[in-house]
Design a protein around this ligand. Structure first.
Ligand SMILES: Cc1cc2nc3c(=O)[nH]c(=O)nc-3n(C[C@H](O)[C@H](O)[C@H](O)COP(=O)(O)O)c2cc1C
Length: 314
């Protein structure tokens, strides 16, 4: 029998556990020439604000080892253009479409939802309350559990669509933010957004991006993201979407083992937009070899009774 890749994020059901992360796959249609969306569980769009934002001044990307620092600053077309020009075309994109929302105030999030409520081809919203690259709002929302709860509650009142809150790892206890999102009525939590990071050119003694610090992503953040997902899995009942440094099928399994019901891939898509298709093929192969009927059986199966390193303390 063919193993099942389907997963459930509360009321949102996806054909496989791999979604694209916000800001790394455009608005959903840009990649259609190079990768077929039929291989995706879903697409999370670039974050949309009430009006067009131009983002930060360049340079706003710096590669650092196998990681990436960005300070894009949520440049996007704004809710009206998204609704009238882009959303109608997403009908031809054969996967679930989650619109990421950004704002400077709670009112901004409400405004975007109000503008998009009667737009077609939208399966849910991801509230980006965790961007480290903007002066107002951004990750400050996710760093304050009472604001997180209030913001989610206010958006929840405006829509019956599925809502996820995207959390920042730039806190001491991410589970407090996750519990707040759950209390506010979120259907799921997505984590992690980028870590605050910095890249410096020693010759010129200058920062490599104009905002000096930016958001760090890519393979090096994976261990941090896994620890955050595990912490949240032990705190909330709502499903978790794991994000951070995923580049291989083994990475996907690791996130699911520590409690994620699905994952998002970001930085790795810049190198290979067909990665989700390749990963899904290998996941099927793995499930067949291990005689596991459905990938959902893997969720939250971390064995804490069997540590690998029982060696002599150092
Ligand atoms: C260039 C770039 C732009 C991003 N833009 C957004 C964004 O608009 N909204 C958002 O919620 N996250 C944004 N992110 C964060 C990613 O969605 C993701 O949470 C993060 O990069 C960690 O995953 P990764 O290591 O797989 O990239 C962006 C990341 C990058 C690298």
């Amino acid at each position: 029998m063919h193993p099942e890749l389907k997963t459930k994020l509360g009321s949102l059901h996806t054909r496989n556990p791999i979604l694209t992360a916000s800001g790394c796959y455009g608005y959903g249609e840009e990649y259609s020439d190079v990768a077929d969306a039929v291989h995706l569980g879903g697409i999370v769009t670039k974050s949309i604000s009430p009006v067009r934002w131009y983002g930060n001044s360049p340079p706003r990307l710096a590669e650092t080892g196998t990681g990436l620092i960005n300070s894009i600053g949520l440049a996007n077309v704004g809710a009206d253009s998204f609704k009238t020009e882009i959303a109608p075309r997403l009908k031809s994109v054969n996967t679930k479409i989650i619109v990421s929302i950004a704002g400077k105030t709670i009112d901004d999030y409400e405004l975007v939802v109000q503008k998009l409520e009667d737009a077609n081809n939208i399966d849910g919203y991801e509230l980006n309350i965790s961007c480290p690259n903007v002066k107002e709002g951004g990750m400050a929302f996710s760093q304050n559990p009472s604001i997180t709860e209030k913001l989610v509650k206010r958006v929840r009142k405006l829509t019956k669509r599925w809502i996820a809150a995207k959390l920042t790892p730039n806190v001491t206890k991410i589970s407090e933010g996750a519990l707040a999102a759950e209390a506010g009525g979120a259907d799921a939590v997505s984590l992690i957004n980028t870590l605050v990071g910095m890249a410096v050119d020693y010759r010129s003694r200058s920062p490599k991006i104009a905002t000096i610090t930016g958001g760090y992503s890519g393979p090096p953040v994976k261990p941090i993201a896994l620890a955050k997902v595990w912490e949240v899995y032990n705190a909330v009942k709502i499903p978790i979407i794991g994000i951070g440094g995923i580049t291989t099928w083994q990475d996907v399994l690791e996130f699911m083992i520590v409690g994620a019901s699905a994952v998002q891939i970001g930085t790795a898509l810049f190198t290979d937009p067909q990665l989700p298709e390749k990963i899904n093929k290998r996941l099927i192969q793995y499930l067949e070899e291990e005689e596991i009927g459905a990938i959902c059986e893997i969720i939250g199966t971390l064995r804490t009774d069997r540590p690998y390193n029982l060696g002599v303390p150092g």
